[in-house]
Design a protein around this ligand. Structure first.
Ligand code: G1P
Length: 297
């Protein structure tokens, strides 16, 4: 029997400079799509995939994240007094059982691989998931759940994958495909942010991973890669030579790059339109704006 994936790492140490001044005092992961912080989407997806232990790799200034997942006795008491059961129900999703969530500090911004490595003692010798909360994926079946199901068949290492325009490949980890089996591809190699002309394909890595603990051992060497950073992509690719296969998984769903302002705004619109109570009002406004801009052309 394959070991179940029950632990997930959430690297959330980044400064979020693209969203300054907001991120001066608000962690990027607490920024909201409609009324739910980015990190709530990540947690919900992890829970749906069967994750029981949540490991946050944080940095200075991320205290709001810890408070977010804690009980808020005064607020809860107040809501209970006023009979606001619906709001109390909404808050339930934000609570974590004692011991289910851990925070580890990444003391220096040395790269995504380094952030994941910081959690090595909590992972020990088990397969684990990594979720990058910047990548928000709207899907009927949550992306990590799709991957866990596929992983039960394949084992090895699995990364979420998506076709991108060739000129965009240089913003991603890119897969060198060995065999394309449809939703699953096996991989010969992976390159972090290649130049357009060096990209082995246009199949890009998106921020969902199921990894073998061997990746953590590869990270022990703390080799610098692209941009002088310790890259997770390189540590996964190293496993191929070491005999742990790597698979890309073409998930079903729409991914939003919430690390960029335009992506964040798109996600805001998409998630708002998915809400019954907001759809009509927002649609009316979007139509109005579209008409005005068409008339101005
Ligand atoms: C990270 C990974 C990259 C991956 C991307 C997905 O890059 O290093 O391989 O394609 O996430 O969002 P970042 O966007 O953090 O620079």
């Amino acid at each position: 029997m394959r070991k179940k994936v029950t632990k997930a790492i959430f690297p959330v140490a980044g400064l979020g400079t693209r969203f300054l001044p907001a991120t001066k005092s608000v962690p990027k992961e607490i920024m909201t799509l409609v009324d739910r912080p980015l990190v709530q989407y990540a947690i919900d997806e992890a829970r749906a995939a069967g994750i029981k232990e949540f490991i946050f790799v944080t940095s200075r200034g991320k205290g709001a994240l810890e408070d977010y997942f804690d009980h808020s006795p005064i607020l809860e008491q107040e809501l209970r007094k006023k009979g606001k059961e619906d709001l109390l129900e909404i808050l339930k999703d934000t609570n974590m059982d004692s011991g289910a969530i851990a925070y580890i500090r990444q003391h220096k911004a040395l790269g995504l691989g380094h952030a994941v490595w910081c959690a090595r003692r909590l992972i020990a010798n088990e397969p684990f998931a990594v979720i990058l909360p910047d990548d928000v994926i709207a899907a009927e079946k949550p992306c990590l759940q799709q991957m866990v199901e596929a992983y039960e068949e394949t084992g090895g290492n699995m990364v979420a994958a998506m076709e991108v325009a060739p000129e965009k490949a240089s913003s991603y980890g890119v897969l060198d495909v060995k065999e394309d089996m449809g939703s699953v591809v096996s991989v010969n190699g992976m390159v972090e942010k290649p130049k357009q002309e060096d990209a082995p394909s246009n199949l890009a890595v998106i921020g969902r991973y199921i990894l073998s603990p061997s990746v953590l051992r590869n990270l022990n060497q703390r080799k610098q890669g692209t941009g002088g950073e310790i890259q997770l992509t390189d540590a996964i690719a190293e496993d191929i030579a070491g005999d742990v296969p790597v698979y890309g998984y073409r998930f079903k769903g729409k991914r939003f790059d919430c690390g960029s302002k335009a992506g964040f705004l798109r996600a805001t619109v998409a998630f708002a339109l998915a809400r019954d109570e907001l759809r009509d009002d927002l649609m009316e406004y979007i139509t109005e704006v579209a008409q005005v801009s068409r008339a101005a052309e």
